[in-house]
Design a protein around this ligand. Sequence first.
Ligand code: BTN
Length: 325
Amino acid sequence: MKVTTRDQLIKLLMEHEHEYISGQALSERLHISRTAIWKHMKELEKDGYHIEAYPKKGYRIASPNHRFNASTIKWGLQTKWLGQTVVFEEVVDSTQDVAHKTAQKGAEHGTIVVTDKQLKGRGRRNRIWASDHAEGLWLSMILRPELSPFEASQFTLFTAVSLVETLQKLTGLTIHIKWPNDLYIRNRKVCGILTEMQAELESVNYIIIGFGLNVNQTEDHFTDAIRERSTSLSLESNRTWDRIQLLQAILEDFETNYYKYQQEGFSYIRKKWLHYAYKLGEEVKIITPHRSFFGIIDGISADGALIVLNENGEKEVIYSAEIHW
Ligand code: BTN
């Protein structure tokens, strides 16, 4: 991922959001002239950033909420195909629904659907995904890989690995993956992934990977029902994050990892997944559609299923379950 001067500038401003940073300091940090800094500031203002500038003090981002739309998402995005077509609507019921419709109309591989707010965001097992505010990243990607339907679940695990790597790199936070598709920081969920597809018996027509990432939420944004179990990047790092920068980094890394995944197969993802796995080797409660029991998480199989050691110490392969502890 190439980090542009603009990216670095935004990062510096966001890190100093409570104080002014002088033109001189910025110019030294970024190795560009003060005039170039000033020009970048004007560009940022055009994109809706509210920049305060005072002669003796310097610059400050007064409000990190800048416009979030198809053109700001694509501006400077270093990908070949992922996110090169952006469907953006400020409010939708669910980006998954828009993505299905868009895919059925023939949208190309890599098209993304993004929104500020979802009125009927949904999670796995048709649970509600509360996302009626613009503090998170709510996104669905339309992919058209050559894949058999049974391999599709690998894609969820692949997405989780790619997201963890990008987010850890950007935020410095330690993030784990709870099987199959939740990202956790400490004991709280920060991101959920939902994979849906349209397939024939033998082949996948298209696959839609949606994820909801909690970015700048405060505790008040979470409903009572999930507050104790949820967190955001902001709550964990005590700073505000630029959703566009995050999204661009996520897309760029996803595309790079996608090539590696295609070349090296799932074993490459599996190794990484195990490295980030939450509660690996620990006892958890496993609730399958048929029974619930305590078992020790032992790993994942070659096709992404969960392997647990049951009460009798025998290995069981689980394809669908909720994990609790
Ligand atoms: C889960 O944890 O159960 C998965 C949550 C997935 C939420 C995302 S937000 C963007 C996309 N649109 C939706 O309605 N759901 C997914």
